[in-house]
Design a protein around this ligand. Structure first.
Ligand code: UD1
Length: 333
């Protein structure tokens, strides 16, 4: 298949490109490098021996995006391009709503115009809000999002669902990611956020390289085994493989919703301990106040992914910690 990956040089998108190419697909990428670097294209080539066809601009530019649809006979789209920093989204709601929603509308409109019937969308477990029960199945009620970033994910799901209803030949797949961490085992691809990271693993990585002094653990009085927040961490390469299966297996018309998580919950302190143990690096931490908007526990029921896609997460917490550190040593600081 010929697959357009928007945001294809980003953290998730770059791993998706590698897995797509390795599965025999042709890949076209649009990215504006707003949160990624051009070298990623060389790394994808180094890992796969193949080049992606690359276009540098923001998908919001409809004329340029339309040219990509004209120049390539696309079979499918994997739509990863979006702004994704929770804290930043609270300060820049207009930018977040404009970028994330409008780019999704551009893609949906061009899919309709050019008869491209298959889209896989990068969604997030954030759409479930504060879960009433865990593990979360796809039938759980959607919850209230607590920040503009999360709201854009919920709205983008809604937009694509409505578009599918209006264009019944379309296959729309909403992949709800839990907490992607880790990096490609080569150490070439991974996540290197600008500035002070919001998310746990990038913060730990910067403490490990000694760029940051000490991890703040946001709350130790949650109703969890050790009091710290519990999440379902998933290796980014497993996540990427889920996308390949999704474009191959969810090709039938309709809206397909699928969690991508391991089904296991780890606390913040579990992650700190695993990272220290696997990598032999000390991670100093202090307990801080709870972070506003955080929830106690969130993990997936990954049964549907197994039954419908034949997908199960293969990499455990040790590999996630090892690969994150391997990437950090090579690329951070
Ligand atoms: C966050 C976003 C979520 C987004 C996801 C992307 C919020 C409320 N949610 O999820 O919408 O889809 O990132 O990956 O921001 N923690 C610390 N210290 C830190 C950082 C995090 O203790 O410096 C704790 C958090 O309190 C939480 C856990 O680590 O218990 C995971 O946090 P994080 O990596 O930010 O992910 P989420 O909050 O689950």
């Amino acid at each position: 298949m010929k697959v357009l990956v928007t945001g294809g040089t980003g953290y998730i998108g770059s791993h998706v490109c590698v897995e797509l190419i390795q599965a025999g697909h042709d890949v076209v990428v649009i990215d504006d490098f707003s949160n990624s670097k051009p070298e990623v294209l060389d790394y994808i080539k180094e890992l796969t021996g193949k080049e992606v066809k690359f276009y540098e601009f923001n998908v919001l530019d409809k004329e340029k995006t339309e040219k990509v649809f004209q120049e390539n006979e696309l079979d499918s789209i994997i739509h990863c391009a979006a702004f994704k920093a929770v804290g930043e989204s609270m300060k820049k709601p207009i930018e977040y709503y404009t970028n994330n929603l409008m780019s999704t509308l551009v893609i949906a409109d061009l899919m309709k115009k050019y008869g491209v019937n298959n889209i896989v969308f990068s969604s997030s477990a954030t759409v479930y809000g504060d879960p009433e029960i865990v593990p979360l199945t796809e039938n759980c009620k959607l919850g209230e999002t607590t920040n503009p970033y999360g709201s854009t994910k919920a709205m983008m799901e809604r937009i694509l669902t409505d578009v599918q209803r209006a264009v019944p030949t379309m296959s729309v797949t909403l992949l709800r990611y839990f907490n992607p961490i880790g990096a490609h085992e080569s150490g070439l691809l991974g996540e290197d956020p600008k500035g002070i990271p919001n998310n746990l693993m990038p913060y730990i990585m910067k403490v490990a390289t000694r760029e940051l002094e000490c991890l703040g653990v946001f709350g130790d009085d949650y109703d969890t085994p050790d009091g710290t927040g519990v999440r379902d961490y998933i290796h980014v390469v497993d996540l990427a493989k889920g996308h390949v299966l999704a474009i191959e297996k969810y090709a039938t018309p309709g809206v397909h919703i699928c969690n991508l998580g391991t089904g296991k919950g780890y606390s913040v302190l579990d992650i700190v301990k695993a990272f220290q143990q696997v990598n032999g690096v000390e991670i100093p931490y202090v307990i801080k106040e709870r972070r506003p908007g955080d929830i106690a526990t969130c993990y997936a029921d990954p049964t549907r992914a197994k039954e419908e896609l034949g997908w199960v997460a293969e990499k455990g917490i040790e590999e996630m910690c090892r690969d994150s550190w391997n990437f950090a040593k090579k690329h951070m600081k």
